[in-house]
Design a binder for this molecule. Structure first.
Ligand code: GLC
Ligand code: CA
Length: 553
């Protein structure tokens, strides 16, 4: 594969960082993070190596699903700031080589959105058909998304006597994309934010968004995604759609579209992520290797987005019941650390017992997997969750900037904070950005180095992956190759040192492996073999240095 004409494909090698403005930094002491606060941390993010900022919903909201229940698609939540503040962020980010993408939550609105308020007034409201109604709920009226929190899919609207569809909470009525006016509104929303300087969208709940409700006329749901992508492309050549599609691999293919970047630009790799946790639980890389082999091939104009943790529960829904139990047993032994019968509400370091070797191994893996890495704020400093907060919100606590009051997040009284900070070993006294900035050995500095290495190794973002066969069962050896060259990464999933013999007979004579995180170089022997040693939970990135290839590092 040739890495040419990369200007529109910046996202092939970007480092994405997701944050919620509300919990990042409070500039005016009201306990709520805001855009001005975030603006003063753009240099911190640039220094970390972030090149794409993903902002979680900052729109006006009824705030019953942490902003994923929007009441105005064009607005900015006044608690967080103004459009002017947002444009300042986009501008400052650009100056630091960083693009901004935003959550696009258009599967549903809040029930407080003026469209729904009007729609439920009467069956003849011009907004009625913005949503999906029926006289009787279908036989299967069970909500599988939030079991235990939400029982139905169809909710009775008392006044008009009909039921409306809500794939998520009952206060989040689904929009009817079979209605062309709704599709126009969504397009206008996209156009609006692009005009504000945004470089694309993290598209919420894509399979639900394009699902055409029974009885509605709309030929091909994927045609809608193609239309959206084309619209986006007409308005901005660089803009992306990063889709949340938690489906089996074989079904994800369709969401990229058949040809060149026809539908979603990027998709999160939910399957690979879940396999990684199974591998961690078993100290056995095979589940992850199997997932990487099973990843469908995608066009150059598409990309996988890799992640370790996001803002939701760590879902394990793609594992078998037995596998899920193994992961639960290893990383969420307490029932209160689980949610919806399928997920974990913890962050990574507490799950791994705080073992820094293991935590670093996982982030090395994240940055070396073929695709684009996505960090969730606080991961770079090893933040833990707040175990006193139930459900998904346990991982959405304020960013821990320093050991000052409220972790330096806000000067408000602790009771007024947007979310409560954890106590104990993961409190700001022990885990905070300031201390780590001044400590070269910190996780923060480590992640910074990973991001830097990732950025000078475009084969990771562009390349073809190959799982290498060898003789050390606890080690994953994978290589990524593109026209710029090849890199090999080793990751030891076990608590014991391992010795790996790689066979690289296909490489030309005189090839060496050069360690990307240290001074050493390894010679291949005359049969093209090389032996490497890894400590317990050790890892290595090695550039395949062919004679005369002229690469540095
Ligand atoms: C997505 C979001 C989640 C939200 C849901 C409904 O799954 O990631 O946080 O609750 O959509 O918008
Ligand atoms: Ca504030």
């Amino acid at each position: 594969m040739k890495i040419t004409d990369t200007s529109d494909l910046w996202w092939k090698t970007s480092v994405v960082y997701c944050l919620d403005v509300e919990t990042y930094l409070d500039s005016n002491g009201d306990g709520i993070g805001d855009l001005t606060g975030l603006g003063s941390r753009i240099d911190y993010l640039a220094d970390l190596g972030v090149t794409c900022l993903w902002l979680m919903p900052f729109y006006p909201t009824a705030d019953r699903d942490d902003g994923y229940d929007v009441t105005d698609f064009y607005g900015v939540d006044p608690r967080l700031g103004t459009h002017g503040d947002l444009v300042e962020i986009v501008r400052t980010a650009r100056d630091h080589g960083m693009r901004v993408i935003v959550d696009l939550v258009v599967n549903h609105t809040s029930d407080k959105h003026p469209w729904f308020v009007a729609a439920r007034r009467s069956k003849t409201s011009p907004f009625r058909d913005f949503y999906v109604w029926r006289d009787e709920p279908p036989e299967n009226n069970v909500n599988a998304v939030f079991p235990g929190e939400e029982s139905t899919l169809w909710e009775l609207d008392e006044k008009t006597g009909q039921y409306y569809l809500h794939s998520f909470y009952s206060h989040q009525p689904d929009l009817n994309i079979a209605n062309p006016t709704v599709r126009d509104e969504i397009a206008k929303t996209i156009g609006f934010w692009l005009q504000m300087g945004i470089s694309g969208f993290r598209v919420d709940a894509v399979p639900f968004l394009i699902e055409v409700p029974e009885g509605k006329e709309f030929a091909d749901p994927h045609q809608y995604l193609r239309d959206l992508r084309q619209f986006l492309r007409r308005r901005s050549r660089e803009a992306v759609l990063l889709g949340e599609v938690n489906l089996p691999y074989r079904e994800q293919t369709a969401y990229f579209g058949s040809g060149k970047g026809e539908e979603l630009t990027l998709q999160f790799d939910f399957n690979g992520m879940q396999a990684m946790y199974l591998s961690l639980a078993r100290s056995d890389p095979r589940p992850l290797a199997k997932a990487l082999r099973a990843r469908p091939a995608i066009a150059t104009e598409a990309q996988w987005a890799n992640f370790v943790r996001n803002h939701d529960e760590l879902t394990l829904d793609k594992l078998t019941d037995k596998e899920r139990d193994e992961v639960f047993e290893a990383f969420a032994p307490d029932e209160r650390q689980r949610v919806f019968g399928r997920g974990i509400t913890r962050r990574l370091p507490p799950m791994l017992g705080g073992d820094p070797r293991r935590v670093r191994m996982v982030y090395s893996l994240l940055f070396s997997l073929p695709g684009t890495p996505v960090l969730f704020y606080g991961e770079e400093i090893g933040m833990g969750e707040n175990p006193d907060v139930a459900g998904r919100l346990a991982v959405r606590t304020p960013m821990q900037w320093s050991d000052a009051r409220n972790g330096g997040f806000s000067t408000a009284a602790p009771s007024r904070l947007a979310a409560p900070l954890p106590e104990g070993g993961y409190s700001p006294a022990h885990v905070n950005a300031s201390a780590q900035l001044n400590d070269e050995e910190s996780l923060l500095h480590f992640i910074r180095r990973l991001a830097a290495r990732y950025r000078i190794s475009p084969e990771i973002g562009w390349g073809e992956v190959e799982i290498l066969e060898h003789d050390a069962p606890s080690v994953l050896a994978h290589s990524v190759s593109a026209d710029v060259g090849r890199m090999i990464a080793l990751h030891n999933f076990a608590d014991e040192p391992a010795r790996v013999t790689l066979s690289l007979a296909e490489e030309p004579d005189g090839t060496q492996l050069s360690n990307l995180f240290g001074p050493d170089r390894f010679e291949l022997d005359d049969r093209g073999r090389v032996e490497c040693e890894l400590p317990a939970y050790g890892w290595a990135w090695m550039r395949v240095a062919r004679p005369g290839d002229g690469r540095i590092g």
